[in-house]
Design a protein around this ligand. Sequence first.
Ligand code: FCB
Length: 444
Amino acid sequence: MSTTQLPNIASLRPNFIWGVSTSSFQIEGATQEDGRGPSVWDVYCQRGEIKNHDTGDVACDHYHRYREDVGLMKTLGVQAYRFSIAWPRVLPLGCGSANEAGLSFYDRLVDELLAAGIEPWLCLYHWDLPQALEERGGWFNRESTVWFADYTALVAARFGDRVKRFATFNEPSMFSLFNHSLGKRDRGSEAQFHRMIHNVNLAHGAAVDVLRAKVAGASIGCIHNLQPCRPSSSSEADALAAANLNVYWNYAFPDPQCRGEYPSSMRSAIEPYMQPGDLARICRPLDWFGLNHYSPVYVKSRPDSMLGYDFGEKPAGVPLTPIEWPIEPEAFRETLQLVHARYGLPIYVLENGYGSFEQPDQTGAVIDSGRIDMLRAYIGAMNSAAASGVDVRGYFVWSLLDNFEWDSGYSVRFGLTYVDYASLRRIPKSSFRWYADLIRASHP
Ligand code: FCB
């Protein structure tokens, strides 16, 4: 297949939204500038936990280069840009006095986007919790609902005149599962883990209420990553482990938020933290479902771990990305169908992408045909889902730029744009041009 060939998008809505996504800690840098407070991720980096001892201190230097980055988006032709606010940049201690310089940065970014005709999609929380709040118990503390609501009120009052699309959380299952159940860092007890799930859900509900009250015409959702959890062998133990992880990874947050109930298998574990009225506080009307999806995960039983699982072998013969994530577009179609059937909300795919290690060739060009092939297959699968009746209204590539990929630091590249971290120069990859062609073909 020619690398320039576009997928079939005939079943997508005429006003379908194409976008790109990023997050604050992964691109901004300037972690100690203009009064920003430290976040939990600054602390993990200082502890040397990240590959190559990378940190977020400079990242893509988006804090200073946001104009150039909005220019890239304009060239791409995207209708929308999803970014997150760094909570400790606008509230250095997490609550209390706001930091005017931090708020002004997001003013400039939002104004630049609007001037370029790009709709800002603002995510309130992409994992960079203010360290000061972590020291007060973070999400284990039920008080976090109040901290998050107050932070949301500040953001709503400041940006609600220009921003209408709000997401409360990015992938709540990720920061709870990986920080805790796999014991990667801050290993908590099983009790704390369930307390945290419930508190994050309460914070979501509180933030929705604040946004509805303060932003006229707000369009609100939460962003969940649903990745089917499949057993890595035919053993009964692995099947049970996969089914258990499936509940925590895929349903622990969207079920209470969108259906007003926890999955039955986790109810007794949540019960000790449940207060009268909590489910009604969590389940507030939403305008859309934000879906992040990459690939299925293959699970094996590990009885000594908190939730009894670990990651197992992927099935032989499944194609993998360079970072060994399975390429299974059918799983994407099935996930879209599942979300549609289970939650009944319009869906925006707010992340999908391809992680690799590409470098410029001798001419300085960055040719990433593997990414193009994967995006083509996944967008084709989304089109099939739409043809089967799934109400999918937008698709955002992760990510505009190569960036700080959490524990992998800068070693893994997800961008449509290559970032040379020594010079911070941006080089659009071949996938950038391909995506621009697709958007032009979709919105002639
Ligand atoms: C998602 C995260 C995002 C990015 C991609 C690759 O889980 O939301 O920040 O790291 O994975």
